[in-house]
Design a protein around this ligand. Structure first.
Ligand code: FMN
Length: 199
Protein backbone atom coordinates (compact mmCIF):
# COMPACT_ATOMS: atom_id res chain seq x y z
CA UNK A 1 0.00 0.00 0.00
CA UNK A 2 1.37 3.46 -1.01
CA UNK A 3 1.68 5.85 1.92
CA UNK A 4 2.28 9.48 0.78
CA UNK A 5 4.02 10.19 4.09
CA UNK A 6 6.58 7.49 3.24
CA UNK A 7 7.64 7.67 -0.46
CA UNK A 8 9.69 4.46 -0.16
CA UNK A 9 6.46 2.53 0.40
CA UNK A 10 5.71 2.77 -3.35
CA UNK A 11 8.36 0.04 -3.88
CA UNK A 12 6.88 -2.42 -1.41
CA UNK A 13 4.32 -4.04 -3.69
CA UNK A 14 6.61 -4.54 -6.72
CA UNK A 15 9.32 -5.96 -4.44
CA UNK A 16 6.90 -8.42 -2.86
CA UNK A 17 5.59 -9.42 -6.31
CA UNK A 18 9.12 -10.09 -7.58
CA UNK A 19 9.75 -12.35 -4.59
CA UNK A 20 6.56 -14.33 -5.09
CA UNK A 21 6.87 -14.73 -8.88
CA UNK A 22 10.61 -15.14 -9.36
CA UNK A 23 12.57 -15.82 -6.22
CA UNK A 24 10.24 -17.98 -4.15
CA UNK A 25 9.98 -20.86 -6.68
CA UNK A 26 13.75 -20.73 -7.16
CA UNK A 27 14.40 -20.78 -3.40
CA UNK A 28 12.17 -23.81 -2.88
CA UNK A 29 13.90 -25.81 -5.67
CA UNK A 30 16.15 -28.58 -4.35
CA UNK A 31 19.75 -28.44 -5.49
CA UNK A 32 20.34 -31.07 -8.22
CA UNK A 33 23.09 -33.52 -7.33
CA UNK A 34 24.79 -36.48 -8.95
CA UNK A 35 26.03 -39.33 -6.76
CA UNK A 36 28.52 -41.94 -7.95
CA UNK A 37 28.51 -45.30 -6.15
CA UNK A 38 31.68 -47.22 -7.07
CA UNK A 39 32.36 -50.71 -5.75
CA UNK A 40 34.15 -54.00 -6.22
CA UNK A 41 32.31 -57.27 -5.62
CA UNK A 42 33.25 -60.87 -6.33
CA UNK A 43 30.23 -62.73 -4.97
CA UNK A 44 27.55 -59.99 -4.84
CA UNK A 45 27.50 -58.86 -1.20
CA UNK A 46 29.22 -55.50 -1.71
CA UNK A 47 27.11 -55.01 -4.81
CA UNK A 48 24.00 -55.48 -2.67
CA UNK A 49 25.27 -52.78 -0.31
CA UNK A 50 26.03 -50.51 -3.29
CA UNK A 51 22.43 -50.89 -4.45
CA UNK A 52 21.16 -49.95 -0.98
CA UNK A 53 23.40 -46.85 -0.88
CA UNK A 54 21.98 -45.90 -4.29
CA UNK A 55 18.40 -46.45 -3.06
CA UNK A 56 19.03 -44.19 -0.06
CA UNK A 57 20.64 -41.52 -2.22
CA UNK A 58 17.89 -41.60 -4.85
CA UNK A 59 15.05 -39.10 -4.94
CA UNK A 60 13.90 -35.90 -6.62
CA UNK A 61 16.69 -34.00 -8.33
CA UNK A 62 19.24 -36.75 -7.68
CA UNK A 63 21.03 -38.70 -10.40
CA UNK A 64 22.65 -41.87 -9.07
CA UNK A 65 25.31 -43.69 -11.08
CA UNK A 66 26.29 -47.16 -9.82
CA UNK A 67 29.44 -48.65 -11.34
CA UNK A 68 32.07 -51.29 -10.75
CA UNK A 69 35.10 -49.34 -9.62
CA UNK A 70 37.29 -50.45 -12.52
CA UNK A 71 34.78 -48.97 -14.99
CA UNK A 72 34.63 -45.50 -13.41
CA UNK A 73 35.74 -42.85 -15.90
CA UNK A 74 37.25 -39.41 -15.48
CA UNK A 75 33.93 -37.94 -16.60
CA UNK A 76 32.03 -39.95 -13.94
CA UNK A 77 34.26 -38.45 -11.26
CA UNK A 78 34.12 -34.93 -12.67
CA UNK A 79 30.33 -35.05 -12.92
CA UNK A 80 29.77 -36.54 -9.46
CA UNK A 81 28.91 -34.16 -6.63
CA UNK A 82 29.43 -37.01 -4.15
CA UNK A 83 31.18 -40.37 -4.31
CA UNK A 84 30.63 -43.57 -2.29
CA UNK A 85 33.24 -46.32 -2.53
CA UNK A 86 32.75 -49.91 -1.38
CA UNK A 87 34.97 -52.97 -1.05
CA UNK A 88 34.84 -56.50 0.31
CA UNK A 89 37.46 -57.31 2.94
CA UNK A 90 40.27 -59.33 1.39
CA UNK A 91 42.82 -60.67 3.84
CA UNK A 92 41.93 -58.06 6.42
CA UNK A 93 42.22 -55.13 4.02
CA UNK A 94 40.65 -53.38 1.03
CA UNK A 95 40.39 -55.47 -2.18
CA UNK A 96 43.29 -54.90 -4.56
CA UNK A 97 40.88 -53.78 -7.32
CA UNK A 98 39.67 -50.89 -5.13
CA UNK A 99 43.17 -49.93 -4.00
CA UNK A 100 44.29 -49.96 -7.65
CA UNK A 101 41.42 -47.69 -8.70
CA UNK A 102 41.98 -45.20 -5.87
CA UNK A 103 45.59 -44.85 -7.02
CA UNK A 104 44.63 -44.70 -10.73
CA UNK A 105 42.23 -41.83 -10.03
CA UNK A 106 45.22 -39.86 -8.72
CA UNK A 107 47.77 -40.51 -11.44
CA UNK A 108 46.05 -42.25 -14.40
CA UNK A 109 43.07 -39.90 -14.38
CA UNK A 110 45.02 -36.92 -13.08
CA UNK A 111 42.94 -36.04 -10.02
CA UNK A 112 45.98 -35.58 -7.81
CA UNK A 113 47.35 -32.75 -9.92
CA UNK A 114 43.98 -31.25 -10.87
CA UNK A 115 42.53 -31.37 -7.34
CA UNK A 116 39.28 -32.18 -9.11
CA UNK A 117 37.89 -34.23 -6.22
CA UNK A 118 38.60 -31.61 -3.59
CA UNK A 119 35.59 -30.64 -1.44
CA UNK A 120 33.37 -33.40 -2.86
CA UNK A 121 31.63 -35.36 -0.11
CA UNK A 122 32.45 -39.06 0.02
CA UNK A 123 31.41 -42.15 1.97
CA UNK A 124 32.76 -45.67 2.38
CA UNK A 125 31.16 -49.08 2.78
CA UNK A 126 32.44 -52.63 3.16
CA UNK A 127 31.40 -56.24 3.57
CA UNK A 128 33.39 -58.95 5.31
CA UNK A 129 32.74 -62.57 6.12
CA UNK A 130 33.52 -62.57 9.83
CA UNK A 131 33.04 -60.07 12.66
CA UNK A 132 36.16 -58.14 13.76
CA UNK A 133 38.09 -59.29 10.74
CA UNK A 134 38.90 -56.19 8.72
CA UNK A 135 35.75 -54.21 7.85
CA UNK A 136 36.70 -51.13 9.90
CA UNK A 137 40.24 -51.25 8.58
CA UNK A 138 39.01 -51.60 5.00
CA UNK A 139 36.71 -48.59 5.38
CA UNK A 140 39.45 -46.56 7.06
CA UNK A 141 41.89 -47.46 4.30
CA UNK A 142 39.48 -46.23 1.59
CA UNK A 143 38.62 -43.14 3.66
CA UNK A 144 42.30 -42.21 4.04
CA UNK A 145 42.77 -42.25 0.27
CA UNK A 146 39.70 -40.11 -0.25
CA UNK A 147 40.82 -37.66 2.42
CA UNK A 148 44.11 -37.37 0.52
CA UNK A 149 42.08 -36.04 -2.40
CA UNK A 150 40.67 -33.35 -0.12
CA UNK A 151 37.24 -34.97 -0.14
CA UNK A 152 34.86 -34.50 2.79
CA UNK A 153 34.07 -37.75 4.59
CA UNK A 154 30.39 -38.24 5.36
CA UNK A 155 29.68 -40.85 8.02
CA UNK A 156 26.49 -42.43 9.29
CA UNK A 157 25.77 -40.94 12.71
CA UNK A 158 27.89 -42.95 15.14
CA UNK A 159 29.97 -44.87 12.61
CA UNK A 160 32.71 -44.71 10.00
CA UNK A 161 30.76 -46.10 7.07
CA UNK A 162 28.15 -48.73 6.24
CA UNK A 163 29.19 -52.34 6.65
CA UNK A 164 27.81 -55.85 6.63
CA UNK A 165 29.04 -59.13 8.13
CA UNK A 166 28.14 -61.66 5.49
CA UNK A 167 29.25 -64.94 7.08
CA UNK A 168 31.87 -67.57 6.46
CA UNK A 169 31.41 -69.87 3.43
CA UNK A 170 29.76 -72.73 5.42
CA UNK A 171 27.35 -70.25 7.02
CA UNK A 172 26.93 -67.61 4.33
CA UNK A 173 24.11 -65.28 5.44
CA UNK A 174 24.56 -62.41 2.98
CA UNK A 175 23.58 -58.85 3.86
CA UNK A 176 20.95 -58.37 6.59
CA UNK A 177 18.04 -55.92 6.53
CA UNK A 178 19.46 -53.70 9.28
CA UNK A 179 22.75 -53.51 7.36
CA UNK A 180 20.87 -52.52 4.21
CA UNK A 181 19.07 -49.86 6.24
CA UNK A 182 22.41 -48.50 7.43
CA UNK A 183 23.56 -48.31 3.81
CA UNK A 184 20.35 -46.51 2.73
CA UNK A 185 20.80 -43.99 5.56
CA UNK A 186 24.37 -43.34 4.50
CA UNK A 187 23.24 -42.76 0.90
CA UNK A 188 20.64 -40.26 2.11
CA UNK A 189 23.19 -38.44 4.28
CA UNK A 190 25.62 -38.23 1.38
CA UNK A 191 22.99 -36.39 -0.65
CA UNK A 192 22.14 -34.13 2.28
CA UNK A 193 25.78 -33.04 2.61
CA UNK A 194 26.27 -32.80 -1.17
CA UNK A 195 23.37 -30.32 -1.29
CA UNK A 196 24.81 -28.28 1.57
CA UNK A 197 28.22 -28.10 -0.13
CA UNK A 198 26.80 -27.31 -3.56
CA UNK A 199 24.57 -24.48 -2.32
C1 FMN B 1 40.40 -63.63 -1.07
C2 FMN B 1 39.39 -63.38 0.01
C3 FMN B 1 39.83 -62.93 1.24
C4 FMN B 1 38.91 -62.66 2.26
N1 FMN B 1 39.38 -62.17 3.45
C5 FMN B 1 38.50 -61.84 4.42
C6 FMN B 1 38.97 -61.29 5.66
O1 FMN B 1 40.15 -61.08 5.88
N2 FMN B 1 38.05 -60.94 6.58
C7 FMN B 1 36.70 -61.12 6.39
O2 FMN B 1 35.91 -60.79 7.27
N3 FMN B 1 36.24 -61.67 5.23
C8 FMN B 1 37.10 -62.02 4.24
N4 FMN B 1 36.65 -62.54 3.06
C9 FMN B 1 35.20 -62.70 2.87
C10 FMN B 1 34.61 -61.56 2.07
O3 FMN B 1 35.06 -60.31 2.55
C11 FMN B 1 33.08 -61.57 2.20
O4 FMN B 1 32.58 -62.79 1.77
C12 FMN B 1 32.48 -60.43 1.40
O5 FMN B 1 31.15 -60.22 1.80
C13 FMN B 1 32.54 -60.69 -0.09
O6 FMN B 1 32.02 -59.61 -0.76
P1 FMN B 1 31.56 -59.72 -2.27
O7 FMN B 1 30.42 -60.73 -2.31
O8 FMN B 1 31.11 -58.36 -2.62
O9 FMN B 1 32.73 -60.17 -3.05
C14 FMN B 1 37.53 -62.85 2.05
C15 FMN B 1 37.10 -63.32 0.80
C16 FMN B 1 38.00 -63.58 -0.20
C17 FMN B 1 37.52 -64.06 -1.54
Amino acid sequence: MYNPANPASRYRFPTALTWVLVLAPWASMAQEVTVLVAYHSQTGNTETMATAIAEGAGGDDVTVVVKRIGEVTKEDLNTADAVAVGSPVHMGDVAVEVRQALVDWAYGLGFWRSRGLQNKPCAVFATGGAPSNGKEFTMLSMALSMLQYGMVLVTPYGGLGASATTGIPEHEKGVGEHELEEARNLGARLVEVARLIKN
